[in-house]
Design a binder for this molecule. Structure first.
Ligand SMILES: Cc1cc2nc3c(=O)[nH]c(=O)nc-3n(C[C@H](O)[C@H](O)[C@H](O)COP(=O)(O)OP(=O)(O)OC[C@H]3O[C@@H](n4cnc5c(N)ncnc54)[C@H](O)[C@@H]3O)c2cc1C
Length: 537
């Protein structure tokens, strides 16, 4: 059996950071296992390729949730990256840290060392970004770009409309003032996607003390007594084993890290026995506390051309393609989400309760499948979307089978609380107020969805249940916290009751942050790497 100091499972947003930081010092030998393959693919590196990876089983786990009663029993589609870089190789690149108060909440929940002032240095360490140096790093591996100069003309109508209804403007959602509307910073450098793989793995891959195995599916943690001794994985049709002298670190993401624990006999005993899995460590919270962001889109037919004309016609594609080829700029170098916002939908709220997205294009989601594609609509259109920041509903996941190749069953359980229902309804109503502002009215020909026939709160709520969907931010399935019955890892990210085993990825978030989850996952991994190295002396 090969032996390493650390085995990291999953080369996603967190795993790539760990592989890099743990091998900076040549003392440690690290094995990084990734179920997917290479990220050297055009549609991953070119930002607009988002639409191509969205349904591509070669780079995407393409999960479906179980039928969700609150969403008319729909099975939501949950893409997750299955490739070097993980979900950071297929995500929409919007770069948001969350609110300072999110991390104060983490600390207050019994996690010393995770308050805002504790985590800010790790956010700064992780990135290179323009803006106030009190908030932004200037020489970190993960590059974040201000693409405002290239935003579509319709973004000006969005910003102007927001001003007309009295929303403040912010120039930096990750700076001193998150609240307000503005244009998103995105994770790119020189017109190419900035994934965790590009930031951390590409520079580290040549190191003699790092071994990266792709197309390697971890089956289970090898447990000896209460110690994680290594990993069993499948590669090229053969079962292999590797030993970890110091630690096994699970960074397989919020779906697969708990799945792997459950497959290893670490989880709620009662749910494992029926599958014939021997319970090696009873940890009731594995797979519980699942949180995610749910979003509602309003679709408008525009009076003026939108990005649909650039991306959906051959002459438009020629124009933007040439712009990209000659300068790595323009719509192909951007996220589909260009305008953003963090706003309070009603008076009396202590902090923004809603994230806004303005996309100067519109597309209709396909039915997920091998040949599905995300295509811009044939007419000029754009989307306004609202996503409540801090849902209170909790879901869970559990194994369907003891076979590691079979996806777990995901029960997101959205809209399970009155507050979550109110928040999403308020978000949807707020989009109508924003769209009614003169500058948006000037470019809107027609509200296509929900549509003018939907007027009352009951009708809007019915529309939410019929159409709302995930924005792909699952977290908390191996939650960090002090109580071993309620949480999976302690504040140093070690598994409660086990030795030599940590989980470091989005699954440890005590609660979902008030925004997109890539930047905070990278922060968790930067801090996690420090915790691991500190223990190694
Ligand atoms: C379509 C989409 C759009 C998104 N848009 C944004 C956005 O615009 N901004 C933002 O901030 N966030 C966004 N997110 C969320 C963000 O990308 C994730 O929160 C973040 O990448 C999670 O990082 P992670 O390390 O926890 O997991 P991941 O990055 O998903 O990494 C897990 C890795 O582990 C591997 N793995 C899993 N199981 C095994 C196994 N058994 N053996 C070996 N390897 C395994 C996976 O293949 C994957 O590479 C989006 C996500 C998606 C899917």
């Amino acid at each position: 059996m090969d032996e390493y100091d650390y085995i990291v499972v999953g080369a996603g947003s967190a795993g790539c950071v760990l592989a890099n930081r743990l091998t900076e010092n040549s003392r440690h030998r690290v094995l990084l296992l990734e179920a997917g393959g290479s990220d050297r693919k055009l549609w991953i590196q070119m930002p607009i390729g988002y639409g191509m990876s969205f349904y591509n089983p070669r780079v995407n786990w393409m999960y479906r949730t179980e039928p969700e009663p609150a969403l008319n029993n729909r099975q939501d589609y949950w893409p997750r990256g299955k490739v070097l870089g993980g979900s950071s190789s297929i995500n929409a690149m919007v770069h948001i840290r969350g609110q300072a108060a999110d991390f104060e909440d983490w600390r207050a929940a019994g996690n010393p060392g995770w308050g805002w002032q504790d985590v800010l240095p790790y956010f700064r360490k992780s990135e290179t970004c323009s803006g106030d140096p009190a908030f932004h790093g200037k020489d970190g591996p993960f590059h974040v770009t201000d693409v405002s100069a290239d935003c579509h003309k319709l973004c000006a109508s969005y910003l102007q409309a927001a001003a007309e209804i009295g929303l403040p403007r912010t120039g930096d959602f990750n700076g001193a003032q998150q609240e307000g509307v503005g244009l998103y910073q995105i994770a790119t450098k020189g017109g190419l996607r900035m994934s965790a793989a590009r930031a951390h793995l590409w520079p580290a891959r040549a190191r003699a003390n790092l071994r990266v195995e792709t197309e390697a599916l971890a089956n289970r943690v090898i447990v000896e007594g209460k110690r994680a001794a290594g990993i069993e994985y499948m590669k090229d049709g053969a079962v292999k084993r590797a030993r970890a002298r110091r630690e096994v670190i699970l960074s397989a993401g919020a779906i697969n890290s708990p799945q792997l624990l459950l497959l290893s006999g670490i989880g709620p005993g009662a749910s494992l026995q029926p599958l014939g899995i021997e319970v090696l460590h009873d940890s009731p919270a594995v797979g519980r506390n699942l949180q995610d962001h749910l979003c509602i889109d309003h679709l408008y037919r525009a009076r003026v051309p939108s990005l649909n004309q650039d991306l959906g016609t051959w002459w438009g594609r020629l124009r933007v393609g040439l712009r990209y080829l000659t300068g790595l700029r323009g719509p192909l170098a951007m996220s589909v989400n260009q305008g953003g916002g963090f706003i309070r939908t009603r008076p009396g709220l202590a902090r923004p309760d809603q994230q806004l997205y303005f996309s100067p294009l519109s597309y209709t989601r396909a039915v997920p499948g091998k040949r599905a594609l995300m295509r811009p609509d044939a007419f000029p259109g754009f989307l306004l979307s609202a996503q409540p920041c801090r849902p209170t509903s909790r879901g869970h996941l559990r194994l369907k089978s003891a076979d590691p190749r079979i996806a777990p069953m995901i029960f997101p359980n959205p809209l399970a609380t009155e507050q979550d229902i109110t928040d999403l309804l308020e978000g949807s109503k707020f989009l109508r107020r924003l769209a009614a502002a003169p500058s948006l009215q000037a470019v809107i020909a027609e509200e296509m969805k929900p549509g003018p026939q939907i007027q009352t709160d009951d009708e809007l709520l019915a529309d939410v249940r019929a159409r709302a969907s995930s924005v792909f931010h699952p977290v908390s399935t191996c939650r960090m916290g002090q109580d071993a019955r309620e949480n999976v890892v302690d504040p140093t990210l070690k598994l409660h009751g086990m030795q030599g085993l940590r989980v470091i990825d989005a699954s440890v978030f005590p609660t979902v942050t008030s925004g997109n989850t890539n930047a905070p996952t990278i922060m968790v991994a930067e801090k996690g790497a420090d915790l691991v190295l500190r223990d190694a002396g």
